[in-house]
Design a protein around this ligand. Sequence first.
Ligand code: P1T
Length: 406
Amino acid sequence: MSTLESTNGLEQIVAADGFRAQPKGFATKAIHVGQDPEQWTSMAVVPPITMSATFKQRGPAQHSGYEYGRTENPSRNVLEKCLACLDNGKYGLAFASGHGVATAIITLLKAGDHIVASDNLYGGTNRLLRNFCVDMNIAVDFVNGTDLEKVKAALKPSTKLVWMESPTNPLMKVIDIEAVCAEVHRVAGILVVVDNTFLTSYFQRPLDLGADIVMYSLTKYMNGHSDVVMGAAIMNDEALYKKLKFRQNETGIVPSPFDCYLVNRGLKTLSLRMERHKLNSLAIAKFLEGHPKVKRVLHPGLPSHPQHELAKRQSNGHSGIMSFYLNGDGLEESTLFLKSLKVFTLAVSLGGFESLAELPALMSHSSESVEHRSALGITDGLIRLSVGLEDVDDLIADLEQSLNKL
Ligand code: P1T
Protein backbone atom coordinates (compact mmCIF):
# COMPACT_ATOMS: atom_id res chain seq x y z
CA MET A 1 0.00 0.00 0.00
CA SER A 2 1.37 3.43 -0.84
CA THR A 3 0.20 7.05 -0.66
CA LEU A 4 1.21 10.30 -2.34
CA GLU A 5 2.81 12.90 -0.07
CA SER A 6 4.16 16.32 -0.77
CA THR A 7 7.55 17.47 0.60
CA ASN A 8 8.85 20.89 -0.42
CA GLY A 9 6.28 20.91 -3.20
CA LEU A 10 7.71 17.69 -4.69
CA GLU A 11 5.35 14.77 -4.73
CA GLN A 12 6.75 11.43 -3.71
CA ILE A 13 5.25 7.98 -3.33
CA VAL A 14 5.36 6.83 0.27
CA ALA A 15 5.34 3.13 1.10
CA ALA A 16 3.32 1.62 3.96
CA ASP A 17 6.36 1.75 6.28
CA GLY A 18 6.71 5.51 5.74
CA PHE A 19 9.88 5.34 3.61
CA ARG A 20 9.88 6.52 -0.01
CA ALA A 21 8.50 3.81 -2.27
CA GLN A 22 11.05 2.03 -4.45
CA PRO A 23 11.22 3.54 -7.96
CA LYS A 24 9.98 1.13 -10.57
CA GLY A 25 12.32 -0.99 -12.68
CA PHE A 26 15.23 -1.54 -10.27
CA ALA A 27 15.18 -5.36 -10.39
CA THR A 28 14.87 -5.38 -14.18
CA LYS A 29 17.87 -3.06 -14.52
CA ALA A 30 19.91 -5.19 -12.08
CA ILE A 31 19.20 -8.27 -14.16
CA HIS A 32 19.63 -6.88 -17.69
CA VAL A 33 21.62 -3.65 -17.99
CA GLY A 34 25.03 -4.11 -19.61
CA GLN A 35 24.45 -7.77 -20.37
CA ASP A 36 22.50 -8.13 -23.59
CA PRO A 37 23.58 -11.59 -24.92
CA GLU A 38 23.79 -10.12 -28.45
CA GLN A 39 27.04 -8.42 -27.41
CA TRP A 40 29.08 -11.61 -27.52
CA THR A 41 29.17 -14.19 -30.31
CA SER A 42 28.14 -17.12 -28.08
CA MET A 43 24.88 -15.32 -27.12
CA ALA A 44 25.44 -16.66 -23.59
CA VAL A 45 22.69 -15.49 -21.23
CA VAL A 46 25.17 -15.28 -18.37
CA PRO A 47 27.95 -12.78 -19.20
CA PRO A 48 31.15 -14.71 -19.98
CA ILE A 49 34.11 -14.39 -17.60
CA THR A 50 37.09 -13.09 -19.58
CA MET A 51 40.25 -13.97 -17.69
CA SER A 52 42.67 -12.98 -20.45
CA ALA A 53 45.34 -10.53 -19.24
CA THR A 54 46.04 -9.31 -22.78
CA PHE A 55 44.20 -8.97 -26.11
CA LYS A 56 45.33 -9.54 -29.69
CA GLN A 57 45.88 -6.42 -31.81
CA ARG A 58 45.32 -6.40 -35.59
CA GLY A 59 48.29 -4.06 -36.02
CA PRO A 60 50.39 -2.03 -33.57
CA ALA A 61 47.98 0.06 -31.44
CA GLN A 62 45.02 -1.34 -33.42
CA HIS A 63 43.02 -3.09 -30.73
CA SER A 64 39.33 -3.90 -30.32
CA GLY A 65 38.90 -1.55 -27.34
CA TYR A 66 40.61 -4.10 -25.13
CA GLU A 67 44.36 -3.93 -24.92
CA TYR A 68 45.51 -5.04 -21.45
CA GLY A 69 43.57 -6.51 -18.52
CA ARG A 70 44.39 -3.76 -16.05
CA THR A 71 43.17 -1.03 -18.41
CA GLU A 72 39.93 -2.63 -19.63
CA ASN A 73 38.27 -5.99 -19.08
CA PRO A 74 34.93 -7.15 -20.58
CA SER A 75 33.65 -8.74 -17.33
CA ARG A 76 34.51 -5.57 -15.41
CA ASN A 77 32.80 -3.40 -18.03
CA VAL A 78 29.57 -5.42 -17.76
CA LEU A 79 29.53 -4.86 -14.00
CA GLU A 80 30.46 -1.17 -14.23
CA LYS A 81 27.60 -0.45 -16.64
CA CYS A 82 25.09 -2.20 -14.44
CA LEU A 83 26.33 -0.49 -11.27
CA ALA A 84 26.13 2.96 -12.88
CA CYS A 85 22.58 2.37 -14.03
CA LEU A 86 21.39 1.21 -10.58
CA ASP A 87 22.56 4.49 -9.07
CA ASN A 88 21.01 6.54 -11.88
CA GLY A 89 24.58 7.47 -12.79
CA LYS A 90 26.32 7.72 -16.14
CA TYR A 91 29.65 6.12 -15.27
CA GLY A 92 30.79 3.30 -13.01
CA LEU A 93 34.28 2.14 -12.07
CA ALA A 94 35.12 -1.03 -10.14
CA PHE A 95 38.13 -1.26 -7.83
CA ALA A 96 39.87 -4.02 -5.90
CA SER A 97 38.21 -3.07 -2.58
CA GLY A 98 36.18 -0.34 -0.92
CA HIS A 99 39.45 1.14 0.31
CA GLY A 100 40.80 0.90 -3.22
CA VAL A 101 38.04 3.30 -4.31
CA ALA A 102 38.80 5.64 -1.43
CA THR A 103 42.51 5.62 -2.27
CA ALA A 104 41.84 6.32 -5.96
CA ILE A 105 39.56 9.25 -5.05
CA ILE A 106 42.18 10.68 -2.69
CA THR A 107 44.77 10.58 -5.50
CA LEU A 108 42.66 13.25 -7.24
CA LEU A 109 43.90 15.67 -4.55
CA LYS A 110 47.32 17.21 -4.11
CA ALA A 111 49.47 18.27 -1.16
CA GLY A 112 48.01 21.32 0.55
CA ASP A 113 44.38 20.36 -0.17
CA HIS A 114 41.85 19.85 2.60
CA ILE A 115 39.13 17.26 3.26
CA VAL A 116 36.08 17.63 5.50
CA ALA A 117 35.02 14.19 6.71
CA SER A 118 32.20 12.94 8.87
CA ASP A 119 33.42 12.18 12.40
CA ASN A 120 31.78 8.77 12.23
CA LEU A 121 33.04 6.59 9.37
CA TYR A 122 34.12 2.97 9.02
CA GLY A 123 37.27 2.62 11.19
CA GLY A 124 39.45 1.80 8.19
CA THR A 125 38.27 4.88 6.27
CA ASN A 126 38.97 7.02 9.30
CA ARG A 127 42.46 5.48 9.49
CA LEU A 128 43.10 6.09 5.78
CA LEU A 129 42.16 9.75 6.15
CA ARG A 130 44.08 10.24 9.39
CA ASN A 131 47.28 8.46 8.34
CA PHE A 132 47.64 8.28 4.58
CA CYS A 133 46.19 11.71 3.80
CA VAL A 134 48.14 13.40 6.54
CA ASP A 135 51.35 11.68 5.30
CA MET A 136 50.55 13.05 1.84
CA ASN A 137 50.21 16.54 3.36
CA ILE A 138 46.45 16.62 2.78
CA ALA A 139 44.70 18.07 5.85
CA VAL A 140 41.52 16.45 7.19
CA ASP A 141 38.94 17.85 9.62
CA PHE A 142 36.32 15.57 11.11
CA VAL A 143 32.88 17.04 11.88
CA ASN A 144 29.46 15.79 12.88
CA GLY A 145 27.79 15.45 9.49
CA THR A 146 24.30 15.69 11.00
CA ASP A 147 25.06 19.30 11.96
CA LEU A 148 24.96 21.36 8.76
CA GLU A 149 26.37 24.44 10.49
CA LYS A 150 29.46 22.44 11.54
CA VAL A 151 29.99 21.17 7.99
CA LYS A 152 29.64 24.71 6.68
CA ALA A 153 32.05 26.10 9.27
CA ALA A 154 34.68 23.46 8.42
CA LEU A 155 34.92 24.44 4.73
CA LYS A 156 38.13 26.31 3.81
CA PRO A 157 39.43 27.80 0.55
CA SER A 158 41.64 24.68 0.26
CA THR A 159 38.74 22.20 0.77
CA LYS A 160 38.46 19.85 -2.20
CA LEU A 161 36.46 16.94 -0.80
CA VAL A 162 33.61 16.36 1.64
CA TRP A 163 33.39 12.72 2.70
CA MET A 164 30.44 11.09 4.43
CA GLU A 165 28.58 7.87 5.05
CA SER A 166 24.86 7.79 5.68
CA PRO A 167 23.86 5.96 7.79
CA THR A 168 27.20 6.04 9.56
CA ASN A 169 29.19 3.02 10.68
CA PRO A 170 28.43 1.96 13.44
CA LEU A 171 26.31 4.71 15.04
CA MET A 172 23.67 4.79 12.28
CA LYS A 173 23.54 8.59 12.19
CA VAL A 174 21.59 9.74 9.14
CA ILE A 175 23.08 12.75 7.33
CA ASP A 176 20.92 15.03 5.21
CA ILE A 177 22.74 14.36 1.95
CA GLU A 178 20.71 16.82 -0.11
CA ALA A 179 21.24 19.66 2.40
CA VAL A 180 24.99 18.98 2.73
CA CYS A 181 25.44 18.82 -1.07
CA ALA A 182 23.48 22.06 -1.58
CA GLU A 183 25.58 23.82 1.07
CA VAL A 184 28.94 22.51 -0.14
CA HIS A 185 28.15 23.22 -3.79
CA ARG A 186 27.66 26.91 -3.03
CA VAL A 187 31.45 26.88 -3.28
CA ALA A 188 32.81 25.78 -6.66
CA GLY A 189 35.30 22.93 -6.92
CA ILE A 190 34.43 20.80 -3.88
CA LEU A 191 33.43 17.19 -4.52
CA VAL A 192 30.96 15.45 -2.21
CA VAL A 193 31.59 11.73 -1.82
CA VAL A 194 28.90 9.57 -0.23
CA ASP A 195 29.74 6.05 0.89
CA ASN A 196 26.44 4.25 0.26
CA THR A 197 27.61 0.81 1.39
CA PHE A 198 25.05 0.46 4.20
CA LEU A 199 21.95 1.11 2.07
CA THR A 200 22.96 0.20 -1.51
CA SER A 201 21.47 1.76 -4.62
CA TYR A 202 18.28 -0.18 -3.89
CA PHE A 203 17.49 1.92 -0.82
CA GLN A 204 19.29 5.20 -1.54
CA ARG A 205 20.74 6.98 -4.58
CA PRO A 206 23.04 9.81 -3.44
CA LEU A 207 23.71 11.14 -6.97
CA ASP A 208 20.00 12.04 -7.18
CA LEU A 209 20.47 13.95 -3.91
CA GLY A 210 23.36 16.00 -5.33
CA ALA A 211 26.47 13.94 -4.52
CA ASP A 212 29.35 13.98 -7.02
CA ILE A 213 30.59 10.46 -6.34
CA VAL A 214 28.81 7.56 -4.71
CA MET A 215 31.18 4.88 -3.49
CA TYR A 216 30.72 1.32 -2.30
CA SER A 217 32.42 -1.45 -0.56
CA LEU A 218 30.87 -4.03 -2.93
CA THR A 219 32.20 -6.57 -0.45
CA LYS A 220 28.98 -5.99 1.46
CA TYR A 221 25.35 -6.02 0.23
CA MET A 222 25.97 -5.39 -3.45
CA ASN A 223 27.71 -8.77 -3.71
CA GLY A 224 25.83 -10.08 -0.70
CA HIS A 225 27.52 -13.45 -0.33
CA SER A 226 30.62 -12.59 1.74
CA ASP A 227 32.94 -14.15 -0.83
CA VAL A 228 34.40 -11.12 -2.62
CA VAL A 229 36.35 -8.01 -1.59
CA MET A 230 35.67 -5.21 -4.08
CA GLY A 231 34.61 -1.58 -4.42
CA ALA A 232 33.06 0.84 -6.90
CA ALA A 233 32.59 4.53 -7.64
CA ILE A 234 29.65 5.91 -9.65
CA MET A 235 29.43 9.45 -11.03
CA ASN A 236 27.75 11.63 -13.67
CA ASP A 237 30.47 14.09 -14.58
CA GLU A 238 32.46 12.98 -17.64
CA ALA A 239 35.64 14.90 -16.78
CA LEU A 240 35.64 13.42 -13.27
CA TYR A 241 35.04 9.94 -14.68
CA LYS A 242 37.95 10.29 -17.10
CA LYS A 243 40.29 11.37 -14.30
CA LEU A 244 39.23 8.52 -12.01
CA LYS A 245 39.35 5.97 -14.82
CA PHE A 246 42.88 7.11 -15.59
CA ARG A 247 43.75 6.63 -11.92
CA GLN A 248 42.11 3.18 -11.92
CA ASN A 249 44.58 2.07 -14.58
CA GLU A 250 47.49 4.13 -13.31
CA THR A 251 47.30 2.90 -9.72
CA GLY A 252 46.25 -0.60 -10.79
CA ILE A 253 43.68 -0.99 -8.00
CA VAL A 254 41.55 -3.25 -10.20
CA PRO A 255 39.38 -6.27 -9.33
CA SER A 256 39.71 -9.71 -10.90
CA PRO A 257 37.30 -10.62 -13.74
CA PHE A 258 36.05 -13.59 -11.73
CA ASP A 259 35.15 -11.34 -8.79
CA CYS A 260 33.36 -8.96 -11.19
CA TYR A 261 31.30 -11.91 -12.38
CA LEU A 262 30.42 -12.81 -8.77
CA VAL A 263 29.31 -9.27 -7.87
CA ASN A 264 27.30 -9.08 -11.08
CA ARG A 265 25.60 -12.32 -10.07
CA GLY A 266 24.95 -10.94 -6.58
CA LEU A 267 23.23 -7.87 -8.04
CA LYS A 268 20.56 -10.10 -9.60
CA THR A 269 19.05 -10.75 -6.17
CA LEU A 270 19.87 -7.41 -4.55
CA SER A 271 16.27 -6.16 -4.43
CA LEU A 272 14.98 -9.44 -2.98
CA ARG A 273 17.74 -9.64 -0.41
CA MET A 274 17.38 -6.02 0.71
CA GLU A 275 13.64 -6.41 1.26
CA ARG A 276 14.29 -9.38 3.54
CA HIS A 277 17.18 -7.65 5.35
CA LYS A 278 14.82 -4.73 5.96
CA LEU A 279 12.03 -6.87 7.43
CA ASN A 280 14.37 -8.98 9.58
CA SER A 281 16.30 -6.03 10.97
CA LEU A 282 13.24 -3.99 11.85
CA ALA A 283 11.67 -6.97 13.68
CA ILE A 284 14.92 -7.42 15.62
CA ALA A 285 15.22 -3.70 16.37
CA LYS A 286 11.71 -3.73 17.84
CA PHE A 287 12.47 -6.85 19.86
CA LEU A 288 15.68 -5.35 21.27
CA GLU A 289 14.03 -2.03 22.03
CA GLY A 290 11.61 -3.81 24.35
CA HIS A 291 14.26 -5.95 26.07
CA PRO A 292 15.22 -5.08 29.68
CA LYS A 293 18.95 -5.89 29.11
CA VAL A 294 19.18 -3.36 26.26
CA LYS A 295 19.73 0.35 26.92
CA ARG A 296 19.25 1.83 23.46
CA VAL A 297 18.76 0.65 19.88
CA LEU A 298 20.14 2.56 16.87
CA HIS A 299 18.04 1.75 13.77
CA PRO A 300 16.78 4.47 11.37
CA GLY A 301 13.49 2.60 10.88
CA LEU A 302 12.52 3.07 14.55
CA PRO A 303 10.53 6.19 15.45
CA SER A 304 12.96 6.62 18.40
CA HIS A 305 15.88 7.23 15.98
CA PRO A 306 16.83 10.95 16.02
CA GLN A 307 16.77 11.18 12.21
CA HIS A 308 13.87 8.80 11.58
CA GLU A 309 11.87 11.38 9.60
CA LEU A 310 14.91 12.29 7.49
CA ALA A 311 15.65 8.61 6.82
CA LYS A 312 12.10 8.10 5.55
CA ARG A 313 12.32 11.15 3.31
CA GLN A 314 15.80 10.38 1.96
CA SER A 315 15.76 6.63 1.43
CA ASN A 316 13.47 3.81 0.38
CA GLY A 317 14.11 1.68 3.45
CA HIS A 318 16.79 0.47 5.80
CA SER A 319 19.09 -2.53 5.47
CA GLY A 320 20.14 -5.14 8.01
CA ILE A 321 22.72 -3.03 9.86
CA MET A 322 21.89 -1.80 13.33
CA SER A 323 23.63 -1.20 16.61
CA PHE A 324 22.57 -1.30 20.25
CA TYR A 325 23.93 -0.56 23.71
CA LEU A 326 23.75 -3.24 26.37
CA ASN A 327 22.63 -2.03 29.79
CA GLY A 328 26.04 -2.67 31.28
CA ASP A 329 28.76 -0.82 29.40
CA GLY A 330 31.55 -3.22 30.38
CA LEU A 331 33.66 -5.41 28.14
CA GLU A 332 32.89 -8.46 30.25
CA GLU A 333 29.18 -8.22 29.54
CA SER A 334 29.50 -7.54 25.79
CA THR A 335 32.06 -10.34 25.42
CA LEU A 336 29.77 -12.81 27.18
CA PHE A 337 26.87 -11.72 24.98
CA LEU A 338 28.85 -12.07 21.74
CA LYS A 339 30.42 -15.39 22.69
CA SER A 340 27.01 -16.85 23.61
CA LEU A 341 25.48 -16.26 20.17
CA LYS A 342 24.85 -19.43 18.16
CA VAL A 343 23.20 -18.31 14.90
CA PHE A 344 24.88 -14.90 14.62
CA THR A 345 28.60 -15.27 13.86
CA LEU A 346 31.08 -13.08 15.72
CA ALA A 347 32.93 -11.40 12.84
CA VAL A 348 33.60 -8.04 11.20
CA SER A 349 32.10 -7.06 7.84
CA LEU A 350 28.42 -6.90 7.00
CA GLY A 351 25.85 -7.19 4.25
CA GLY A 352 26.08 -10.91 3.51
CA PHE A 353 23.27 -13.45 3.64
CA GLU A 354 24.48 -14.58 7.07
CA SER A 355 23.91 -12.72 10.32
CA LEU A 356 27.01 -11.25 11.96
CA ALA A 357 27.60 -9.53 15.30
CA GLU A 358 30.66 -7.57 16.39
CA LEU A 359 32.07 -5.17 18.95
CA PRO A 360 33.10 -1.98 17.07
CA ALA A 361 35.33 -0.76 19.93
CA LEU A 362 37.62 -3.81 19.62
CA MET A 363 36.94 -4.86 16.03
CA SER A 364 35.76 -2.66 13.11
CA HIS A 365 36.74 0.60 14.84
CA SER A 366 39.71 -0.55 16.93
CA SER A 367 42.10 1.60 14.86
CA GLU A 368 40.43 4.76 16.18
CA SER A 369 41.75 6.38 19.36
CA VAL A 370 39.98 5.72 22.65
CA GLU A 371 39.30 9.48 22.96
CA HIS A 372 37.66 9.64 19.52
CA ARG A 373 35.60 6.52 20.16
CA SER A 374 34.38 7.63 23.56
CA ALA A 375 33.56 11.15 22.31
CA LEU A 376 31.35 9.54 19.65
CA GLY A 377 29.79 6.89 21.90
CA ILE A 378 31.55 3.80 20.50
CA THR A 379 31.73 2.19 23.93
CA ASP A 380 32.56 -1.33 25.09
CA GLY A 381 28.81 -1.93 25.43
CA LEU A 382 27.97 -1.05 21.81
CA ILE A 383 27.17 -4.09 19.65
CA ARG A 384 26.75 -3.91 15.86
CA LEU A 385 24.58 -6.45 14.04
CA SER A 386 24.42 -7.27 10.37
CA VAL A 387 21.06 -8.99 10.24
CA GLY A 388 21.07 -11.67 7.55
CA LEU A 389 18.46 -13.62 5.65
CA GLU A 390 17.81 -16.44 8.14
CA ASP A 391 14.35 -17.00 9.63
CA VAL A 392 13.79 -14.04 11.89
CA ASP A 393 12.33 -16.15 14.70
CA ASP A 394 15.61 -18.07 14.90
CA LEU A 395 17.57 -14.82 15.01
CA ILE A 396 15.40 -13.36 17.77
CA ALA A 397 15.60 -16.60 19.78
CA ASP A 398 19.40 -16.50 19.44
CA LEU A 399 19.62 -12.89 20.68
CA GLU A 400 17.23 -13.69 23.51
CA GLN A 401 19.17 -16.72 24.78
CA SER A 402 22.36 -14.68 24.66
CA LEU A 403 20.83 -11.68 26.47
CA ASN A 404 19.49 -14.09 29.10
CA LYS A 405 23.10 -15.08 29.92
CA LEU A 406 23.81 -11.55 31.17
O1 P1T B 1 36.66 -3.70 3.09
P1 P1T B 1 36.55 -2.84 1.88
O2 P1T B 1 35.84 -3.49 0.74
O3 P1T B 1 37.85 -2.23 1.49
O4 P1T B 1 35.57 -1.62 2.30
C1 P1T B 1 35.88 -0.73 3.31
C2 P1T B 1 34.58 -0.11 3.82
C3 P1T B 1 34.15 1.08 3.25
N1 P1T B 1 33.00 1.67 3.66
C4 P1T B 1 32.23 1.12 4.61
C5 P1T B 1 30.98 1.81 5.03
C6 P1T B 1 32.60 -0.10 5.20
O5 P1T B 1 31.81 -0.60 6.15
C7 P1T B 1 33.81 -0.73 4.81
C8 P1T B 1 34.28 -2.00 5.43
N2 P1T B 1 33.67 -2.28 6.67
C9 P1T B 1 33.93 -3.36 7.46
C10 P1T B 1 34.79 -4.33 7.13
C11 P1T B 1 33.21 -3.37 8.74
O6 P1T B 1 33.22 -4.40 9.47
O7 P1T B 1 32.57 -2.37 9.08
